[in-house]
Design a protein around this ligand. Structure first.
Ligand SMILES: [Zn+2]
Length: 336
C-alpha cells in the first residue's frame, strides 16, 4: 500500500536551511522596494472595506468584510513582482536543487493525480480534447504527464520565467515564454488549467479575463490555489506555510466563484482535495514551532495519529476544509 503523502516528501528537510536563507534574502529584496507598493481593493469582489487578519514579515494581510477573501495590501506592483521573480534566489535554488530532488515524488503523488483529475473533469463536462493550455507550466511536469497519457492533440505551456521556460523546451514541450496577457492561442483552447498561480498575481481579475480570452466558448477553466478557510491555515494562522509573502491573494471556494462569475464564467464545481493539512499542523507541533492546546486535535494529530490521521485528512478534504482547493468553471457562450 502506498503511504499517505507527507509534507517532507515534497519539501525535503535537508534543504530547508539553505532555502530559508534564500527566502529571507528574497524577502529583504522585496521589502526594500516597499515605497513602490500600492493599495488594492478586494481581488475577489472589489470591495474596499477590510479588517486586519494578521501581519507577517511586516506585511498587512487584510480580510474583506464583504466576501472573506484575505489579501496583502499594499502590495508590490507588476514591475516589482517581475523583477522579484526574475532575480529570486529561492527560485534558482528550487530550479537547481529542490525540484530535481523531489520531482520523482511530486510526479507520482501530485502531477499524475492532477492529470487524472483534469481528465475526469473533461469527461464529466464533455469537453473536447483538442487544446489544453497550462498557465504557469513551471518545469513542465504536468504537460509531460498529460503527453504520456496521450491526451489532447495540442498541449501548450505559458511560462514567463526564462529558466523554467527553458526547462520546458528541453523536455520537448511547446511553451509560450510570455505573461498570459500577451499570449494568443490559434483557434482557442478547450481547457485552460493553472495550478497554484492565481495567489501570486497582482491583479487576479486581469488574469481571469486573460484565461477567458484564451478559451473557446464552453471551454473549461481549472484553477487550484490555497483555501483561506482550510484546516492548516485556520489552525496555524500566519504560521501556515501557505501564508507566504509571495501569496498576495487568499480566496475560498465561494469568493473565487464570485470573481469567475464576474468574468463570464459559470462555476461548475469546487472541491478541496488537499492531502497535507493534518501532516503540516502535526509537523509544526512536533518541531515545537506551534503549541497545540486543543485536546481533541492533540489526540488526532499526535496520540492516535497512526489510526486517525488519514481518515481525519479525508474528512477535511471531503468537506471543503482542506487548505488546497480546486475550482472548475465553464466559459459562457455569450458575454453577459
Ligand atoms: Zn471581497
Amino acid at each position: 500500500m502506498t503511504p499517505p503523502l507527507s509534507e517532507h516528501a515534497i519539501r525535503p528537510k535537508d534543504t530547508a536551511a539553505e532555502q530559508q536563507r534564500r527566502y529571507l534574502a528574497d524577502l529583504d529584496r522585496l521589502l526594500a522596494r516597499r515605497g513602490e507598493f500600492v493599495a488594492v481593493a478586494c481581488p475577489a469582489c472589489g470591495a474596499q472595506e477590510t479588517t486586519r487578519a494578521f501581519e507577517k514579515h511586516t506585511l498587512a494581510y487584510e480580510r474583506c468584510t464583504g466576501c472573506g477573501t484575505v489579501y496583502i495590501t499594499p502590495r508590490p506592483p507588476p514591475a516589482v513582482l517581475a523583477d522579484y521573480y526574475t532575480h529570486s534566489l529561492n527560485y534558482a535554488y528550487w530550479n537547481e536543487v529542490i525540484f530535481p530532488a523531489s520531482e520523482a515524488v511530486r510526479r507520482e503523488r501530485i502531477f499524475k493525480p492532477r492529470v487524472e483529475r483534469v481528465l475526469e473533469l473533461c469527461a464529466r463536462y464533455q469537453v473536447e480534447q483538442g487544446t489544453l493550455v497550462e498557465v504557469g507550466a513551471g518545469f513542465g511536469t504536468f504537460l509531460e504527464e498529460l503527453g504520456r497519457a496521450q491526451r489532447f492533440t495540442r498541449r501548450i505551456g505559458i511560462e514567463p520565467t526564462p529558466p523554467l521556460a527553458a526547462t520546458c523546451r528541453q523536455r520537448g514541450l511547446t511553451v509560450i515564454e510570455a505573461p498570459i496577457e500577451q499570449a494568443a492561442i490559434d483557434g482557442g483552447a478547450n481547457v485552460v488549467a493553472s495550478f497554484e498561480v492565481i495567489e501570486h498575481i497582482f491583479h487576479p481579475a486581469d488574469f481571469v479575463a486573460a484565461c477567458a480570452r484564451l478559451l473557446v466558448p464552453g471551454g473549461l477553466l481549472v484553477l487550484t490555489c490555497p483555501n483561506i478557510l482550510g484546516f492548516d491555515i485556520t489552525v496555524l494562522g500566519p504560521g501556515s506555510p501557505a501564508i507566504d509573502f509571495e501569496h498576495l491573494n487568499y480566496f475560498h471556494p465561494r469568493s473565487l466563484a464570485l470573481l469567475l462569475d464576474r468574468h463570464g464564467f459559470a462555476v461548475v464545481e469546487t472541491s478541496t482535495p488537499g492531502k497535507l493539512d493534518a501532516d503540516i499542523v502535526r509537523n509544526r507541533v512536533l518541531d515545537g514551532s506551534f503549541a497545540l492546546e486543543d485536546p481533541f486535535l492533540r489526540r488526532v494529530l499526535l496520540d492516535e495519529w497512526a489510526a486517525l490521521g488519514e481518515p481525519f485528512q479525508r474528512f477535511l478534504s471531503d468537506n471543503g476544509m482542506s487548505s488546497n482547493m480546486w475550482i472548475v468553471a465553464r466559459k459562457q457562450a455569450t458575454k453577459r
